[in-house]
Design a protein. Structure first.
Length: 253
């Protein structure tokens, strides 16, 4: 779906009706701010126990474990949605329900949602219309996500985001043993992500891609000496990278 222009986003905002956001955390505040900026009539974010009375749409931005409890407090009538990537729509029953999960990290109320892909699901036509209206007002790029696919989808998101931070922390800690600061690696990380964006697996470089086992062995010895608790992680990453190279013979060195 192409990015929406300002006129299209304004129409989507008008079509959304009155929206209550329940969950006064980073995501709730960021969505409330962005929706208000787009012209949506937003109430909240509210805390625990809000009923959604007098609204057309209720959007839950509570922790996954609290979704069912929060949904049970909502009066019948509004369409009810959540922003969880991992949770199915079942905890929202018996309400007409939808899911809207922006595929991004949110660290503050100033988060920008325009152009961000978002997973959408719904249990009825009216719920889907509500999800589409919110996505349109935010400028999101929606794609369908079935409940059966949520665990795999959310695991992929965790690998792409959370595990990347874990890997970079490993790299930074090892680099520090050589007196090299973390910020020295930032251009490399940015270039790698940009290359993966444009070339996918073909962006892989380095000694494993070149078949330079001697260099890999020296790297492993350095990890074993300076960070022995990370040898298993290094070995797992080495094995996975070798598998990747073997499965894609055209990988550049």
């Amino acid at each position: 779906m192409p990015d929406l222009d300002s006129d299209a986003r304004a129409r989507a905002a008008r079509d959304g009706g009155i929206v209550a956001i329940i969950g006064d955390g980073r995501m709730g505040r960021a969505l409330a701010a962005s929706l208000r900026s787009a012209g949506v009539d937003v109430q909240g974010p509210f805390g625990r126990g809000a009923t959604g009375e007098g609204t057309d749409v209720v959007l839950l931005t509570v922790p996954d474990a609290e979704i069912g409890r929060a949904a049970a407090s909502i009066l019948r009538g509004p369409v009810v949605g959540h922003v969880s990537g991992a949770t199915t729509l079942a905890p929202l029953a018996p309400h007409e329900a939808f899911g809207l999960h922006p595929l991004m990290t949110v660290t503050g109320a100033d988060a920008q949602f325009a152009g961000v892909p978002a997973a959408i699901a719904a249990t009825s036509g009216r719920a889907r219309e509500a999800a589409d209206a919110l996505a349109g007002a935010l400028g999101l790029r929606p794609f369908e996500l079935h409940d059966d696919d949520r665990p795999a989808y959310h695991a992929a998101a965790s690998i792409a985001s959370n595990f990347l931070v874990t890997l970079e922390a490993f790299a930074a800690e090892l680099a520090a043993t050589a007196g090299v600061p973390r910020d020295a690696f930032v251009p490399l990380v940015r270039a790698t992500v940009a290359n993966w964006d444009s070339a996918g697996i073909s962006a892989l470089t380095g000694p494993i891609a070149r078949g330079d086992d001697e260099t890999v062995a020296r790297q492993r010895a350095a990890v074993a000496e300076r960070m022995p608790h990370r040898v298993r992680l290094f070995d797992a990453l080495t094995d996975a990278t070798r598998d990747l190279v073997e499965s894609t013979p055209e990988t550049a060195a």
